[in-house]
Design a protein around this ligand. Sequence first.
Ligand code: NIG
Ligand code: FE
Length: 416
Amino acid sequence: MENLIIFNARVVTPVGFSARRGGEMGKLRIIDNATVEVTDGTITYVGENRGENRDGYYHRYWHYNARGKCLLPGFVDSHTHFVFGGERAEEFSWRLKGESYMSIMQRGGGIVSTVKATRASNFVRLRSKAEGFLKQMSAMGVTTVEGKSGYGLDKETELLQLRVMRSLHNDEHKRVDIVSTFLGAHAVPPEYGGRTDEYVDYLIREVMPCVVQNDLAEFCDVFCEQGVFSIGQSRRLLLAAKEMGLALKLHADEIVPLGGAGLAAELSAVSADHLLHASDADIQAMADKGVVATLLPLTAFALKEPYARGREMIDAGCAVALATDLNPGSCFSGSIPLTFALACIYMKMSIEEAITALTLNGAAALNRAGSIGSIEVGKKGDMVVLNTDNYHFLPYYIGMNCVNTTIKEGVLYPTP
Ligand code: NIG
Ligand code: FE
């Protein structure tokens, strides 16, 4: 944590301490020739330029001249699976030949093949691989990332993945904060083949209590999908999680329209994610209940699936967040620039809406809209400096990085 004073910036930020919904998503505050002051890692002033040596006060601050550059809130990647063993490049090549993601999973590949590699790995190897991803994310402007377990599917390895995330979060030199999610219900492991209900019982009785007692996760998520966990099984698991104090997320309506988005509304989940096939009624239910609709356009791109209906969701009054879904199977990409471009080009979101979706609404999807996601007094000094004073470069630079420097709690990390 540092004291930092930024001069001459073009501040571009959503405003508020909760998710922005519907028409509010496109409204940004833009301040030219701005000063932003960060004291002990927290924003203490945002507004018109202040004199550099106001009473000598700023001698205790690092100075940064942002003339000709935009300053945005740090990006929040609110849905990833960045801790895992192994790779699945051969699976990718099968998909290129026409095999589907679900058929690979049904014949014992997919998530379960990463489970084998993760069980065979160890703390040190999982941690150093995950740390490599965090460095790349930071260079693209990410200051907070959500990470999920779900490649252990047994008590020992699920806890191992969550401990890796905790250790990365507690690292005093970290560039990215980590919010952890328990996703034991990501797939049914081979030892429970054909016994999904018993596996759900095992998660509720044996794994979840350990996760909660050791304070290893804030959220519980489930892959609610045909042939994986049904609506009934997902509801049972999530109700137990809620009872134990976890907040809720769902992988919903990713491959088929099963009704996961409606379940998210019924249970007042914090977010429902993917939503490629969410129905009109369920979209309206999410808007009414304030469930954040987290869209992951890189996954639709990689699986050659239709994009989620971002425009319709915003028009229906939803709070939409954008995230990468970085994982070794459906989407091996943590590219923030490509996420921006796909959201604007294919999901018909405006550039302003996409910025809100990757900052304040991403924060809301992690229950953190009160402390991150906008450049406002009282929030963390987590910000992104662009190479340009024109924020339209974010989607216009397709898949190319226009981040000059990432600022984490007032510490500057120039993009390598
Ligand atoms: O969000 N769909 C389930 N989970 C991930 C994919 C995980 C994997 O393939 O390893 C997703 O797409
Ligand atoms: Fe996912």
